[in-house]
Design a protein around this ligand. Structure first.
Ligand code: NZQ
Ligand code: ZN
Length: 392
């Protein structure tokens, strides 16, 4: 197989507890007027907001603020941030928070350099190009999305029930500060959802019928084992530095593009989940946790069996002398046990109040927008609807 691919992930990472002192120097490389973007207030409760403001003031930065960015961030926040950047001639954007804040900040940075309505970036009929954006720096507070080290972002339009993601090189952060101790206050629930998200990012690439470098499969399996080992530790002891550090670095490497190698296959669970979040505003990782084992069972056939077998043996240590199908099914059982028992996530859509009311519409959108027909196993709308039903 031809292994040609491009590796290009130019994000400077400051990892660890004593790195915030570099924030001022990094910001001033891009200018003196900075928009500080954050979510619903967790950074004020934890004291991180005060520390960030102090570093910015020390560097002589003029600070503008946009708070209140929601989980599943809304296009309205992008519009407000973009307008503010234009009006105040902002030089750079600093996002402090989880994936929602970081994603929103990416599109604020793009909207600041765009004359039209920022929903044009997501409207399938317009898909406005994003050749440039303001420089973005981030301080991550939740290990999950990998937004700190990728060029993607997902934005919701509540008027149209759309939640749409896009990857654009111009949106890649210049610098990200990853201090695991900033995640000590993340709840057990969000820690578990974050773990499900990290795992899914790895699965979307690992479960592929394209063969790629053996080395990349080993890296993927190592990351999966890291998440399985350390999530329960972080839930039991939220201040365990090693657990939080392993989860944080795993979240970045799960989706920064390194694992892709030459694989070109489209993702499957993410497009299905984005419809759940779009219609029901649920936490992304929870939707993924419920979908993933069902997707695995649905896609398990003679073509996909070798990969599920590899997963069972290398990740869960299942006896390789057992029949292949038994190895694959046991692996899926073990993943379900991890998600629903060990880290305590709810296991069905019914439990979180979702019925089959919108399944047909959601499935059609997932196929159309998410390109699921080019996934690990091609999924058309009818397949997606069947998977949603398995989750009830
Ligand atoms: O808003 P605040 O008050 O900050 O509270 C947040 C929010 O309520 C809270 N939180 C964050 N850090 C905390 C904390 N609470 C206590 N202590 C801390 N240190 O946690 C809640 C969830 O935050 P959010 O940012 O929504 O979570 P997450 O990081 O999981 O981001 C989810 C969003 O990212 C998108 C998802 O679809 C979803 O919209 N994704 C982005 C991706 C990307 N950029 O590549 C890929 C992913 O697949 C995903 O789709
Ligand atoms: Zn995700």
């Amino acid at each position: 197989m031809n292994h040609d691919f491009i590796y290009d992930i130019p994000v400077r990472i400051y990892f660890g507890v004593n790195q915030l002192s570099h924030l001022g120097d990094e910001l001033t490389k891009y200018g003196k007027k900075v928009l500080l973007a954050y979510g619903g207030g967790s950074i004020k409760k934890t004291g991180l907001y005060d520390k960030v403001i102090a570093e910015m003031k020390k560097a002589g930065i003029t600070i503008f603020e946009l708070g209140g960015i929601d989980p599943n961030p809304r296009i309205d926040s992008v519009r407000a941030g973009g307008e503010l950047c234009k009006k105040e001639k902002i030089d750079a954007v600093l996002a402090v928070g989880g994936g929602s804040t970081l994603d929103c900040a990416k599109y604020i940075a793009a909207a600041a350099c765009y004359d039209g309505d920022p929903w044009d970036f997501f409207d399938q009929d317009v898909w406005a190009p994003i050749p440039r954006a303001l420089p973005l720096l981030t301080v991550l507070t939740l290990s999950a999305t990998g937004s700190e080290m990728d060029c993607g972002g997902v934005i919701t339009n509540t008027e149209t029930n759309d939640k749409i993601g896009r990857m654009e090189p111009a949106l890649l952060p210049k610098v990200s500060f990853l201090d695991p101790s900033n995640t000590y206050t993340v709840s057990a629930y969000q820690t578990a959802c974050g773990a499900a998200d990290i795992l899914s990012h790895i699965f979307e690439v690992y479960f592929s019928t394209d063969n790629d470098l053996y080395m990349l499969d080993c890296m993927a399996e190592g990351l999966i084992k890291t998440v399985i080992k350390y999530t329960p530790v972080a839930i039991r002891n939220p201040n365990d530095y090693d657990a939080r550090a392993n989860l944080m670095w795993a979240s970045s490497w799960a989706i920064n593009g390194f694992l892709n190698g030459c694989k070109k296959q489209a993702w499957s669970c993410h497009p299905m989940e984005h419809e759940l979040s779009a219609f029901y505003d649920i936490t992304h990782g929870l939707g993924l946790a419920i979908l993933t084992p069902r997707w695995m069972r649905y896609t398990l056939d003679e073509t996909t069996l070798p990969k599920y077998k590899q997963f069972g043996i290398n990740v869960f240590g299942i006896d390789p002398t057992l029949p292949d199908r038994e190895i694959a099914e046991t692996a899926i059982d073990k993943l379900s046990e991890f998600l629903f028992e060990t880290i305590g996530l709810k296991s069905t859509l019914s439990e979180i109040g979702i019925t089959d009311e919108h399944f047909a519409v959601m499935a059609a959108k997932a196929e159309r927008i998410g390109n699921t027909v080019n996934g690990f196993k091609p999924l058309k709308a009818a397949d997606i609807e069947a998977i949603y039903r398995m989750c009830l």
